[in-house]
Design a protein around this ligand. Structure first.
Ligand code: ZN
Length: 47
């Protein structure tokens, strides 16, 4: 029932999973994780 889109981030290279509420935040978190670890994350919108 939330009006805010939710994004699920999953790291390809470690067990990290995150759920965030905006695309901007999803990109921010993915970029942070990649810059720290060199890992790659996939994220997809959850309705
Ligand atoms: Zn990772």
């Amino acid at each position: 029932m939330s009006e805010v889109p939710t994004y699920h981030l999953v790291c390809r290279d470690c067990p990290t999973e995150l759920v965030v509420e905006t695309a901007a935040r999803a990109e921010q978190r993915a970029t942070d994780h990649e810059s720290i670890t060199g890992h790659r994350l996939d994220f997809k919108r959850i309705d």
